[in-house]
Design a protein around this ligand. Structure first.
Ligand code: SF4
Length: 627
């Protein structure tokens, strides 16, 4: 019979549990639709059926692991953003107290929607609490909350103030097939054996979670899942569109969408067998005509492979590897169709036995990939530097008027003296000056390390710069150094974070890290991370005069790196800049760089400061802080 488990309003059916069925229900749900369908004899037959599981179960990785149910937050109201009042949003604010500026921003976002804006871009630094502001809005309107950062999703789902407000949904790879528990859902029985799985809404953890998401007021998901799920439009399982789409940490939105639509020919994007067949042709690809011919040849081979796989699925069944090949093939062919139909310019390059064909700009695809999922948008990040450029490059201006977009910025609440930027520049480290200036840069790094005895992170930008630094650094400092390769990134990161007094010589760790307090006492920006000039898309954009975009990308990466080690008001960390290219970068990007970053700069790096352009900015700064 049902037994009381840890949460007072939940019951667990031990019989269903033994059977491996979903077994946890809300008290008062006399019978679960799932158990009814499998004729659980322990539930009273006359009790009314209720759909408790799909709406109230949390994400389930293993179908046998259903032991706990989170109550879903029930907002008092669910209205369109244009009809909201500040009071409604503030009543649903997740925490009992508000941090500085949160109330102002809530009021401003509401006023923006009331005045006819469709999109609010919110540039807010770490410490502002933008997740709570976002969650307050997703709680009062039917919404998606999407972010590219999986760590942020985990953080939200661990936070007792907000986790009950969402149903989280992830990609199929994260769930276990109920009928073949040794497989994940993307290679489950329904895929490998062409099995229709009529009971999927009852037993499959993925499909049950998807139903939960369909019925939930607010869905939390990754940007990647939002995009790929959006391609199922027209199917019964499509999560559809919602009134409000919140995109958090959205500063790389265009890049992420471009990666999703690019056509890649490498051993991981198409089946090995096909890749090996076309490799000789790929290595002889030198012209546009060669690329077209190669892509046509791949398409023909993949179509043949698809037919073969479908026959195997109907007879002997596919192996897991074949099923994964099938998934990759479908994704590749979908992107290839986009390429064939596209009206914009694409560029290609062959590098390291890979052919990469990518659009120069992403705006043509953005509506179908992202914007169609909402009617109103809140886009938040610490580093949306140029709202005009963001709106243009992400295709917002393809369907919204410029005056339907509002841009709000928030100052930092972290004392500037806790987060100084220190000028240790030695001259530019760009390719033509590398031989001259790298030895000076290494001496500067050594000097800093002799002063900084705690944990230090060095941002190298590339493995070549990492090697240069390690080759030249003094022997007495080498025992402090922890270095990673592309294969052991997480392992070495964790080793450094567990240690004290060590130096993490890192490549591409400038985003998504939470190096609070003594995890990191100082950071060194060895090289400004300008976009790769060897990338054909970057090259093409520069040819088209997009120098502002190029500088903004670099500045965005610098500011992201700066934010890794300052995570709270009482946190302190120093940020040393070694690459002299920063001087030109800050000069060029002055108008688009947030004030909270500029105020931490030493006088030597603000020498040629022009006036700040606040045209697009509605800033909540006390008058004495305005620059
Ligand atoms: S829907 Fe597919 S993956 Fe899910 S339980 Fe059924 S067969 Fe397995």
């Amino acid at each position: 019979m049902p037994q009381i488990i840890e949460e007072p309003d939940l019951i667990r059916c031990e019989h269903a549990k033994r059977k491996g069925w979903p077994s946890t229900f809300r008290l008062g749900s006399h019978i679960c639709v799932n158990c009814d369908r499998v004729r659980c004899e322990f539930h009273p037959p006359r009790a009314k059926p209720v759909i408790c599981i799909p709406q109230e179960q949390p994400e389930v990785i293993q179908s046998s692991a259903v032991t706990r149910v989170e109550p879903i937050f029930k907002p008092k109201t669910q209205v369109s953003p244009k009809d909201l009042t500040p009071e409604e949003v503030l009543e649903n604010f997740p925490s009992p107290t508000l941090r500085p500026y949160q109330k102002d921003i809530v009021v401003s976002v509401v006023e923006a929607f009331q005045s006819g804006k469709k999109c609010v871009i919110l540039a807010a630094p770490t410490g502002f609490g933008k997740s709570y502001v976002n969650a307050a809005f997703t709680s009062v309107t039917r919404s998606f909350y999407a972010t590219p950062q999986l760590a942020l999703i985990d953080q939200i789902m661990r936070d007792p103030y907000v986790r009950s407000r969402f149903v989280k949904i992830r990609g199929r790879r994260n769930y276990q097939c109920f009928l073949q528990p040794d497989r994940r859902v993307h290679v489950g029985k329904c895929i490998t054996e062409d099995y229709p799985c009529k009971e999927r809404f009852d037993v499959c953890p993925y499909w049950r979670q998807k139903m939960a998401a369909l019925n939930a007021p607010s869905v939390l998901t990754s940007l990647a899942y939002l995009i790929s799920e959006g391609q199922t439009e027209g199917s019964e399982s499509y999560l559809g569109t919602r009134t409000l789409l919140v995109l958090d940490e959205a500063h790389n939105l265009e890049e992420q969408c471009l990666n999703h639509v690019s056509v890649r020919v490498n051993p991981f994007s198409i089946p090995h067998e096909v890749f090996n067949q076309i490799l000789p042709e790929l290595l002889e690809t030198h012209t546009d005509a060669d690329v077209r011919s190669l892509l046509e040849s791949i398409e023909a081979r993949l179509n043949m492979m698809l037919e073969r796989c479908e026959k195997i699925a109907q007879t002997t069944g596919l192996s897991t590897i074949q099923a994964e090949d099938l998934e990759r093939t479908r994704h590749y062919l979908a992107n290839y169709q986009l390429y064939k139909k596209s009206k914009s310019e694409w560029v290609w390059q062959v590098k390291n036995d890979e052919l990469l064909v990518q659009p120069v700009f992403g705006k043509e695809f953005m509506r179908d990939l992202v914007w169609k999922r909402g009617e109103y948008y809140i886009i938040s990040s610490a580093t949306i530097l140029d709202p005009d450029e963001f709106a243009e490059s992400t295709g917002l201006l393809n369907f919204l008027k410029a005056d339907e977009i509002s841009f709000l910025t928030v100052p930092s609440t972290f004392p500037v003296e806790n987060r100084p930027i220190i000028d240790a520049t030695v001259g530019p480290l760009s390719a033509q000056y590398l031989a001259t200036n790298m030895p000076k840069a290494i001496r500067a790094v050594e000097e800093i390390l002799r002063k900084e005895k705690g944990n230090v992170a060095i941002h190298c930008h590339s493995y070549q710069h990492q090697r240069n630094l390690l080759d030249g650094i003094s022997e007495d400092l080498k025992p402090r150094v922890i270095v990673h390769t592309s294969r052991n990134r997480e392992e070495k990161l964790n080793e450094w974070m567990r240690s004290r007094g060590k130096v993490f010589v890192s490549v591409a760790f400038n985003e998504g890290q939470d190096w609070k307090y003594d995890l990191c006492d100082a950071q060194i920006l060895l090289k400004v991370p300008f976009p790769d000039l060897g990338d054909m898309r970057v090259k093409k954009r520069l040819e088209l005069g997009k120098r502002g975009w190029y500088d903004n990308r670099a500045m965005l990466e610098v500011i992201q790196a700066y934010g890794r080690a300052i995570r709270a008001e009482d946190d302190t960390a120093r940020f040393y800049i070694v690459d002299g290219s920063f001087t030109r970068l800050i000069h060029n990007s002055w108008n688009t760089t947030p004030n909270w970053f500029k105020e931490a700069l030493p006088a030597s790096l603000r020498r040629s400061r022009p006036e700040i352009d606040l045209r697009h900015t509605q800033t909540f700064m006390p008058p004495n802080e305005q620059t």
